[in-house]
Design a protein around this ligand. Sequence first.
Ligand code: NAD
Length: 360
Amino acid sequence: MKLLVTGGAGFIGSAVIRHILQNTQDEVINLDKLTYAGNLESLGQVSNSPRYTFEQVDICNRTEVDRVLAKHRPDAIMHLAAESHVDRSIDGPAEFIETNIVGTYTLLEAARQYWQALDNAERKANFRFHHISTDEVYGDLPHPAETANADEHLFTEQTAYAPSSPYSASKASSDHLVRAWQRTYGLPVLVTNCSNNYGPYHFPEKLVPLMILNALEGKPLPVYGNGDQIRDWLYVEDHARALYKVVTEGKPGETYNIGGHNEKQNIEVVHTICDILQELRPQERSYRDLITNVKDRPGHDRRYAIDASKIQQQLGWAPEETFETGIRKTVQWYLDNLGWCRRVQDGSYQRERLGEGAGA
Ligand code: NAD
């Protein structure tokens, strides 16, 4: 197969490309604009492969997207390119509307034209447009601090959309567009909604790498509010395996929720990171002493948790890492790759607080 992966220089996209090139015989075309979040160094292990090609293209640029499709003639598109950080969406929603909504629309139209023009019936029938989305489109779930039976509530593929942030609203819009292109034009689409990922090559603005890097530099560990927000954590390589399964074995028109069965409060995640660092890089003062509670994110969702039984039953996917094994690997990876962390921050971002909102 020839797979066109958008956003392949980002956190999850690079894991998907590494997975495909290291475990299959497929070819990959990585289409990425290289925003602040995209870094080709994340593909260093595989970029010499003769089965890998890079195209620096903005998904909003229809002419360029058409050129790439005509040149490479992929069998499937895995669409991961997006603006992905909730805090940045609070400070500047415009780019989220542009890339996540207009960009997805542009890609869908280009894909539709390309797919409709395929003259080989088998290639046409087997073509797939796989849209990679988030569980944040569902809004938030009851929290155990407020509801006795909170753990009975999980996001299923039938849960109604109720996004809270400009980021999740833009992703929800793109999900609707993708499904409409299937209903209206018959484009063979797949949608996946996944919970919070963590792992290697994660840009240092996100919770896990931010905490590791700040702790190592003896800087405060900013925890939003009281830190009791719950997320369902999935190791990024488990997500990459799930996505490959969906694009190769999923049924067109279907949605699959992907999650790690690892509900943790943010504060628990931070404590775990501090404790692993204490073991791997012991110091006299506990890393936990660096924890500082800061003003909560506006509109902060309280709890996310995924019911991943559909993908488990229908496609036989289950996560291989527990939170304990995955977070240990992740901390070790950051300790071994501080050079990557320095280079991707590139002077333009110093792990400052983002997204306090207009009322801050
Ligand atoms: P990321 O921010 O690390 O990477 C995004 C990539 O997209 C970057 O390489 C960037 O250069 C590229 N990009 C941005 N705008 C572009 C444009 N206009 N044209 C072409 N390329 C562009 O994001 P991520 O965490 O890897 O997330 C990938 C996808 O998975 C996103 O769609 C996100 O919504 C979804 N998702 C993320 C998580 C998570 O926990 N990180 C969870 C579920 C779903």
